[in-house]
Design a binder for this molecule. Structure first.
Ligand SMILES: [Fe+2]
Length: 284
C-alpha cells in the first residue's frame, strides 16, 4: 500500500491495493491509519459492488442508515445520489457542510463510490477543519474553544425549508420533519481521539448560533469562520473517475459538491459509518 498526499495539508491517494479481493486485517489497519492522518483517502479503479462498498465502510465503523434519505431496499445503509442529465435543480450536497451535523449522533464518515461520472465537472471539494483551526486567529480560537454551537437540519425541517423546486433529490430524501428544526448542541472544537489534533466543527448548512448568543449576534462571527474554513489553503478538490472510491472523516472535514455538469448524468453511491461518537472527541 502506497500513500500519495494530494495537497500539502490533507488528503491522500492510496495505490497498490485491490479492495475487491477482500480486505485483510493488515490492510484494514493501514486504511484506518491513513484516514486518521489524512482525513480524506482516495482509491481509483476499484469498481466496488454494493457488498464490497459496505465491507469497506465496516473497516472504519458500523455502517449507518441515513434517517433523511431512502436507502436501497437490499442495502438500507446505502444511498444513491443521482442527478439526471436533464435535471435543473441544485445538486445534493451543494454548499459547504458536514453530513447531518444536526443529529445527536452525526455519522463519523462516509464511503462514496463513483458509478456514473460526467466527462468533466462534478468534482467534490473538501476542507480540512484541522487546518482551519490551526490558522484561526487566537481571539477566535479563545471564543470558540469550550463553547458549543447549535445545529439545525434546515433543508429537512419546516422552519427554514427551501422552496420545493430548489430541493435536490426531493423524491429520495425525507423532508418536512419538525424534529430537524430542533437545536442540537455540539462542541465548536473537536479533538481527534487518535492524533490529538483539534479541528473546527461548524458548517454553514447546519450551524445556527453560538452558545450564549442569539442567532443575530452569532451570524457575523460564524460567517467569518465559515469564510475562513473555505479558504483554498484549507481545501482539496477531488476529480472523480469511474470506479473511484473516496472515504472521508466527517468530524474533521467539510465538503461541497460542485454543480457544474448540466447535460450529463452523475451517479454516486454512499455508505456512512458510525464510530464511538462525538463524546470521544471532547463532546458533551
Ligand atoms: Fe454531504
Amino acid at each position: 500500500m502506497q500513500l500519495h498526499p494530494i495537497t500539502g495539508v490533507f488528503g491522500a491517494e492510496i495505490t497498490g491495493i485491490d479492495l475487491k479481493t477482500g480486505i485483510t486485517e493488515a490492510v484494514a489497519e493501514g486504511l484506518r491509519d491513513a484516514l486518521d492522518r489524512h482525513l480524506v483517502i482516495v482509491l481509483r479503479d476499484q469498481h466496488l459492488d454494493a457488498d464490497q462498498q459496505r465491507a469497506l465502510a465496516a473497516v472504519f465503523g458500523v455502517p449507518a442508515v441515513n434517517p433523511y434519505a431512502h436507502g436501497d431496499p437490499d442495502h438500507p445503509e446505502m444511498t444513491r445520489i443521482v442527478k439526471e442529465a436533464d435535471e435543473r435543480t441544485g445538486v445534493f450536497g451543494g454548499g459547504w457542510h458536514t453530513d447531518l451535523s444536526f443529529l445527536d449522533h452525526p455519522p463519523r464518515g462516509s464511503v462514496l463510490c463513483g458509478i456514473d461520472i460526467p466527462p468533466y465537472g462534478g468534482d467534490t471539494m473538501y476542507s480540512s477543519q484541522q487546518a482551519a483551526w490551526d490558522s484561526l486567529p487566537g481571539p477566535l480560537q479563545e471564543l470558540l474553544e469550550h463553547r458549543r454551537v447549535a445545529h439545525v437540519g434546515k433543508p429537512y425541517g419546516i422552519k427554514w425549508a427551501p422552496p420545493v423546486e430548489e430541493q435536490a433529490m426531493k423524491g429520495s430524501t425525507k423532508r418536512g420533519d419538525p424534529e430537524a428544526d430542533r437545536e442540537r448542541w455540539h462542541p465548536a472544537v473537536l479533538t481527534h481521539p487518535v492524533t490529538g489534533r483539534k479541528g473546527l466543527y461548524v458548517n454553514p448548512t447546519y450551524a445556527l448560533r453560538i452558545e450564549g448568543m442569539s442567532e443575530e449576534m452569532s451570524r457575523p462571527i460564524l460567517e467569518q469562520i465559515f469564510a475562513h474554513c473555505a479558504l483554498p489553503e484549507h481545501g482539496l478538490r477531488l476529480r472523480w473517475t469511474p470506479g473511484m472510491v473516496a472515504v472521508w472523516d466527517n468530524y474533521a472535514t467539510q465538503h461541497y459538491a460542485i454543480n457544474d455538469y448540466h447535460g450529463f448524468r452523475r451517479e454516486m453511491r454512499r455508505v456512512a459509518f458510525q464510530t464511538e461518537g462525538l463524546e470521544a472527541w471532547g463532546g458533551r
